[in-house]
Design a protein around this ligand. Structure first.
Ligand SMILES: *Cc1c(COP(=O)(O)O)cnc(C)c1O
Length: 225
């Protein structure tokens, strides 16, 4: 079943990428394995998955130790509390949810001690909902400036979680907003930023709007959850 899910997913990604003049290989697929057992993670890896996303430190730690033999990149996609930073730094290669400078400074200290680099995305609350993590777009220039001063943080770009909507087309403005923001900042800072946006329900729109990396859980593992 995983095989069929991943095949269908790749076809949909390819179609959506084509609409934004790109191809399948331009969009990185991150398999979000929260609540998924390690046997199914192994099955997904056998089918070509190399990027694993988790949203809780404790679950990620236990999975990580069971899957140490595999050559995987680990992505933290959930909110990270400052008291869990030391575990996150040990486990993860990427953090998609950098949402405060306080967190950035804490991670930098910890990375310095471990002599490690972390790839980070700044999470932007594009919808402005109180229930969402992420910074407001007006704060982002200052945040980027500060992060550039931290030598162990490699700023990849920006991440957003779209709001839950009735009509899926209604997410499009939020993804477009992140794309425009990223292009503006790209010009200002003279570099290319990447976009982490799109989940199982809305990845096609995210890819059409320029997502470089999509975070997919249920569309891959639905029967296993
Ligand atoms: C769970 C989760 C995902 C994947 O969600 P699905 O709808 O299952 O694809 C993506 N991003 C974040 C931040 C998540 O917590």
């Amino acid at each position: 079943m995983l095989q069929e899910n991943i095949k269908v997913l790749r076809e949909k990604i390819e179609k959506a990428a084509f609409k934004s003049n790109r191809s399948l290989k331009d969009v990185k697929l991150l398999a979000v394995t929260k609540n998924v057992g390690v046997d199914f993670v192994r099955e997904a890896v056998a089918l070509g998955i190399t990027e694993i996303g988790e949203n809780r430190i404790q679950e990620a730690r236990s999975k990580f130790s069971s899957l140490k033999d595999l050559d995987l990149k680990w992505h933290m996609v959930g909110h990270l509390q400052t008291n869990k930073v030391k575990y996150a730094v040990e486990l993860f290669d990427y953090l998609h949810s950098l949402d405060s400078l306080k967190l950035a400074y804490k991670i930098e200290d910890c990375l310095f001690k471990h002599n490690k680099i972390m790839n980070v995305f700044i999470e932007i609350n594009t919808s402005g909902e109180d229930s969402k993590f992420g910074i407001e777009s007006v704060q982002v220039i200052n945040m980027v400036n500060e992060i550039f001063k931290l030598p162990h943080l490699n700023l990849m770009g920006f991440m957003t979680v779209a709001p839950i909507v009735e009509n899926i087309e209604d997410v499009r403005p939020y993804f477009r907003k992140l794309k425009i923001l990223s292009e503006r900042l790209g010009e200002k800072f003279n570099r290319k930023f990447h976009l982490s946006m799109g989940m199982s329900d809305d990845f096609e729109i995210a890819v059409e709007e320029g997502a470089d990396l999509i975070r997919i859980g249920s569309a891959i593992f639905k029967e296993k959850l």
